[in-house]
Ligand binder design. Structure first.
Ligand code: FES
Length: 519
């Protein structure tokens, strides 16, 4: 089996029985309203022969993974194979490109994609996160493509066992895919510190995954993106020491921690799993990831017409958006009393420019409502009115808009509200019901003992966020804090209170017996 990097999270997987494209992203307009672009530029790979694969495999619904522009170039007979999610968002994005046959696979279900070649997907445990790893096997070789997913140690062990005990290539995301903290109103030095912490948290997760899986080779990919709109160009700074390290930086960080088996592939570079050898695309002979600024400036100049074309598709509204905004959120408020309760706050919107206004949505039970004015809000979003109409029409999901980083946010207190983002990103009863059913059926009866600063605590074994086993993913921090490495929620061991998120608390009490334990 041979793997060629297609840029970002894109891979071409070649076997004797077929060629498969994984998360191909080539749109010349990038993704997320002309915000994200492939880094470095992968357009030289867009040749006619690339457009005739045996199948396309897509991991999840983010537009840097599902690219309707690319799918529209491929013959309608090419099947698109995806994980089954409790929301039609991914399916709709694929369908917007044309009538390809879509095969939805349930988690862990092995699907034959060519004679002797199979794939199975493993999704994050909570349906709040639509991210999946995919495992492609052929002729005794195994590619585990984690992309943006955060799987638990239990899932990793299950994958390795199902794959026959050996991972030949482990492809993982080394850079985050987020708007935090760039879009938040923090003082610059605080923002830098948060970016750095987020970078390290991601790298720590990656290192622990590699140690657990012990693959033959590990491939950092699926980022970083770059930002070519002059208004967003400053976010390329995140590559320096923020949430978007490049592949060489990731490999270097891992090497410093004795993980030496990484391979860095630029778009067009190949990796032969049998020979364990890389062959380089000559395009990059004089290119250096470290010397990014001249490259990015020239790239931004080349993409300026595409960025301008995207902006022109979002004209300023002529009429007030208030009624459409109110009707949209009235509909959302009626969708899930569970989500309203979990959000439990008033959320403000400053929609600037023609047709905009200051409005708020109160999710607190008993005071649900959409009103003009936005004082005393727990969260506040501020953005230009030109972006709102396609969101209200359901054409642009909120999460895609947030990933564009074309907005500003603040929150008081400074806590992440997972259910607010969940409601906005799904805006679909079926998906919200799946989350409610998952969260309300989690069991916290099993307990472990955690030691911190001379004290012992009896703690619910499974994390209240998405049920990861804290025996595997719990990390004790100074100040008697337990951090779950899955999504980095932190809990006070003295009170159980979540220190960086709303609506969560850890069941904790003073312990008598210390076994089994974390310390
Ligand atoms: S499972 Fe998400 S933070 Fe623990």
């Amino acid at each position: 089996m041979r793997v060629t990097a297609l840029g970002h999270a894109g891979l071409k997987v070649e076997t004797a029985r077929g060629t498969f494209l994984v998360d191909p992203w080539f749109s010349p307009e990038g993704a997320f309203q002309g915000s994200w672009f492939q880094y470095p530029d992968n357009s030289h790979l867009l040749t006619p022969s690339l457009l005739h694969p045996s199948a396309i495999l897509i991991s999840h619904e983010h537009l840097d993974h599902v690219d309707p522009w690319f799918l529209a170039q491929v013959p309608a007979s090419v099947p698109v194979i995806v994980p089954r999610y409790p929301s039609p968002v991914l399916r709709r994005k694929i369908e917007s490109a044309g009538p390809s046959p879509i095969v939805e696979a349930s988690p862990w279900e092995r699907v034959e994609i060519a004679e002797g070649a199979t794939v199975f997907f493993v999704s994050e445990e909570s349906p709040m996160n639509h991210d999946s790893a995919m495992v492609i096997q052929y002729d005794g070789r195994c590619l585990l493509n984690l992309n943006d997913a955060r799987l638990s140690p239990v899932q990793f062990r299950g994958i390795k066992q199902k794959a026959g005990g050996r991972i030949d290539l482990f492809a993982f995301q080394g850079a985050g895919a987020s708007w935090y903290p760039m879009s938040y109103r923090y003082p610059e030095d605080r923002k830098r510190e948060l970016s750095h912490r987020k970078r390290l948290a991601k790298l720590a997760y990656v290192a622990s995954s590699i140690k657990l899986l012990d693959p033959v080779a590990a491939l950092p990919f699926a980022g970083p993106p770059c930002f070519l709109d002059p208004e967003l160009f400053c976010h390329n700074e995140q590559m320096e020491d923020g949430i978007f390290p490049d592949q060489l930086q990731v490999a270097g960080w891992l090497a410093d921690r004795s993980i030496e088996n990484t391979v860095v592939l630029l778009p067009g570079d190949g990796w032969d799993m049998e020979a364990r050898a890389k062959d380089g695309d000559p395009t990059w002979a004089d290119f250096s990831l470290a010397d990014r600024w001249p490259y990015l400036e020239a790239y931004a100049e080349r993409r300026r017409p595409q960025v301008d074309a995207v902006l022109a598709r979002y004209p300023e509204p002529k009429d007030s958006l208030w009624e459409a905004f109110r009707d949209y959120f009235d509909r959302l408020l009626a969708m899930s009393p569970y989500f309203n309760r979990m959000i439990g706050m008033r959320v403000g919107f400053d929609v600037t420019g023609p047709g905009g206004g200051r409005w708020s949505v109160d999710f607190r039970p008993g005071s649900e409502g959409v009103v003009q004015g936005n004082g005393e809000c727990g969260y506040r979003y501020r953005f230009e009115s030109r972006w709102l109409p396609p969101i209200l029409r359901g054409e642009v999901p909120w999460e895609d808009f947030f990933l564009s980083i074309r907005f500003e946010a603040e929150r008081h207190p400074d806590l992440y509200n997972d259910h607010l983002l969940g409601l906005l990103k799904f805006a679909e009863k079926e998906a919200l019901d799946a989350v409610e059913s998952f969260e309300t059926s989690m069991s916290f009866e099993e307990r472990i003992t955690v030691h911190a600063e001379g004290r012992s605590y009896s703690v619910a074994r499974y994390c209240p966020h998405a049920g990861n086993d804290l025996q595997d993913t719990g990390e004790v921090l100074p100040g008697r804090v337990l951090r779950c490495l899955a999504h980095h929620y932190e809990f006070s061991l003295d009170t159980g209170r979540c220190l960086n998120g709303t609506g969560l608390s850890l069941d904790v009490e003073p312990a008598a017996a210390p076994s089994p334990s974390r310390s």
